[in-house]
Design a protein around this ligand. Structure first.
Ligand SMILES: C[S@@+](CC[C@H](N)C(=O)[O-])C[C@H]1O[C@@H](n2cnc3c(N)ncnc32)[C@H](O)[C@@H]1O
Length: 204
């Protein structure tokens, strides 16, 4: 019994140490650990995302950090047939994985791009809506990324951010609101509470 207790305490300490290091030194969730992004999300589900994103057919939407496509494969359908979902990720494996799945589903309106969120390879005023889920906290300079997103949003375009526990990189809503404010993004709406939320902002 004592041995099991000590082992559990050891695992807890190790996880706590890793979480603290991740928070201090943000980095992309490695492709090899993609299992974490494939788990169901009771409070950060696609229905909630769709409600706050309010996507319209024909829009051009950007997802930064699609991972293996948990949201992207649905968002692409929400803007079909004439709309496009651009997906941008630092890891080519994540983009390839999402595109393989999209191909299997017959989706043809997803445009992948490998790049860093801090330097977006799109012209000003390109997107109607952008969204990031469980991604902002992995970006080393969040304010710079938010400013870049604001730049590529059309006037009056919208940004939706989803964040949730137990992501070690989770960005608390108050922190996000302050960073969004510095980037010139005005708060608009929020679904969920402190542990799991989607929040939307507008580029005035
Ligand atoms: C934890 S995963 C979340 C994936 C997906 N949004 C989801 O919720 O299932 C974070 C994703 O953001 C990407 N990412 C991390 N830092 C990035 C950066 N600076 N620029 C672009 N993508 C980044 C990672 O490669 C990964 O695909």
């Amino acid at each position: 019994m004592l041995v099991i207790g000590a082992a559990l305490a050891g695992v807890g300490l190790l996880l706590g140490y890793r979480a603290a290091r991740w928070r201090k030194d943000p980095s992309a969730c490695p492709y090899g650990q993609r299992l974490w992004v494939e788990l169901p999300r009771p409070f950060l589900g696609r229905t909630r995302l769709r409600r706050i994103l309010a996507p319209q057919p024909g829009q051009r939407v950007l997802e930064i950090g699609p991972g293996t496509g948990y949201y992207a494969l649905h968002a692409a359908r929400w803007v079909a047939p004439n709309g496009t979902l651009d997906i941008l990720d630092v890891q080519q494996e994540m983009l390839d994985h999402t595109m393989r799945r999209a191909g299997g589903l017959g989706l043809t309106n997803i445009a992948p791009r490998r790049a860093d969120a801090r330097t977006l390879p799109y012209p000003d005023d390109t997107f109607d809506v952008a969204y990031l889920v469980a991604t902002l906290g992995e970006i080393a300079d969040q304010e710079r990324a938010l400013k870049e997103i604001r730049r590529v949003l059309k006037p009056d375009g919208r940004l939706v951010i989803g964040e949730g526990f137990p992501d070690p990189h989770m960005v608390r809503f108050e922190t996000l609101r302050a960073r969004a404010d510095s980037a010139g993004l005005a708060p608009e709406n929020r679904i969920g509470g402190a542990p799991d939320y989607f929040a939307s902002f507008r580029a005035p």
